[in-house]
Each structure stands twice: as structure tokens, then as C-alpha cells.
Design a protein around this ligand. Sequence first.
Ligand SMILES: Cc1ncc(COP(=O)(O)O)c(C=O)c1O
Length: 282
Amino acid sequence: MTAATVWINGERADSLSALDRGLHYGDGLFETVACVNGRPRLLSLHLARLALGCARLRLPAPGPQRLRAGIEQAAAQADRSIVKLLVTRGVAVGRGYAAGAEQGSWLVIRYPWPEEDAALARSGVRVRTAATRLGENPALAGLKHLNRLEQILARNEDSVIEAEEALMLSHSGRLICGTMSNVFLVDEAGGRRRLRTPDLALCGVAGVMRSVVLREAAHEGIAGSECALTPADLDSAAEVFLTNARIGIWPVRAIDGRALAPGPLTRGLQERLAPLLEGADA
Ligand SMILES: Cc1ncc(COP(=O)(O)O)c(C=O)c1O
């Protein structure tokens, strides 16, 4: 069992009501916050995405100061940890989908930092394209909501089980993301290097590390763009990398068996992000 420590609605506890709508319907949102030197990394970005999601789903949630304090106190008790925040609509007032006067539940869960092969960030990861596709729904696009069945199906496909990550297409065939990451492509157009990441207007999670990478690339004079991409763009990319709040940047070294080398733009961004990943203020 994972050695996790749990706080529910601000108190140490291990169980949640069986009537919570998060459990019944996935009616909620979450954030996975990487914590180093006892401090949550990129916390303001995580809380901003959560607040946006709460507004879009009309989820009741404690104010950001309370959530921030809950996450910070969990993070302070370990040098490195992963702190997951879940916000659900709470214990159902009635039966059925209609929301009532629910109070909302919020959970803070601290996990040990996973043991991981440091070579993944250096040498890169192997990815496979999953057969499972993402439904397209602008009402949910970008949100880190609790419904993750598509990612579970994709991650457990026989052909991707050996790979470090699976890439996912949307139903209409667009490249969107990895099961736990966002994806970036580097290629050349008109003699200039381009950095592109899928537009997430129809599906996918708008990752905090994705926004940090776009921001830091812009500081380096590299204009990243969000656009509609397909598997053909993947085939012609010179560099591909994945991002999430914990891993930072993972270069991709093979896609469906095609070998790729981690390239200079990826390396440059990894170097630029290194202090931030070690806990420097974002
Ligand atoms: C489906 C999905 N997309 C993207 C991401 C990356 O998001 P972030 O950079 O906020 O970690 C995650 C992270 O877990 C994810 O699960």
C-alpha cells in the first residue's frame, strides 16, 4: 500500500463519506503538486487552474488561502513529496445528478516522492500512441477533473504497458496529450525552429508545466504556439518532449518504435527549468 497521509476538510482523517459525489460521479477536480525542500512548487498556478475549474463547474470550494495553507502544511513535513488536492462537490444532498446545497469536500493527500530513474529526464522516454481516444467536449476541456477513465484505458493497453507514457489522440484524430502529460513538438518551417503544443479547446488538461514551458520559451525568444496537430506532425517532428508538474520535461527518444534524439531546444529548456524544479520561486 502507498504510504499516504490524508487530511479531509482540513483535519487528519482516512475516510470520506460513501455519499460523496466525487466518488459517485467524479464530480470534482484535482491538482497534483510536486513539493521540494518542504515547499509546494508552482502552487499559485495550481490554485489558479483549480479556481477556474471550480467556477466552470460551479463547485463549492474553500478559499485559496485555506487550500494554500493545507497544502503548505502537508508539504512542510517532508523534504520531497507529492501532494494531491481533491475538491469534490461533497456529500450528496439528494440522489441523482442534480446538485443541491452540497457543502463541498476537500482532501489533501501527501505521498512519498516516487523512486524514479533519473535517466528518463536525461536519455528520454519511449512513448506509444494509445488506441483509446479522448472524447471532445469543450465544456470540460482544459480541466483537471476527476473523470480519468480514458487515461486508465489508454495506460493499460497491452501495446503501451512497456512504454513510459502513452500519447492520446482525440476522436477526430488530433494529437492532444499523454495520459499524464502534455506534449510539445519542435520542427522547422521556413528555416526557423518552431515549438508547438496541441490546442486544448476540445479536450486535454491544460498543464501547469505546459504554461511554464510556454512562458520560459518566450523568455528565451522562442515563440511557442498552441495549434491543431495530428500524428503526421509527430512523424515529422525533430524533437518531441513531455511535461508535467512532477517530471518537468522528459525528452522523447522513441515514438511507436521510431527513434528520436533529445534535441537542443529540449535540452535548453530543461536547463532553464532546472532551478525552478529544485524549488526556486516560479
Ligand atoms: C491528462 C493529463 N494531462 C496533462 C497533465 C500535466 O499537467 P500538469 O503540468 O499540471 O502536471 C497531467 C498531469 O497529471 C495529466 O494527467
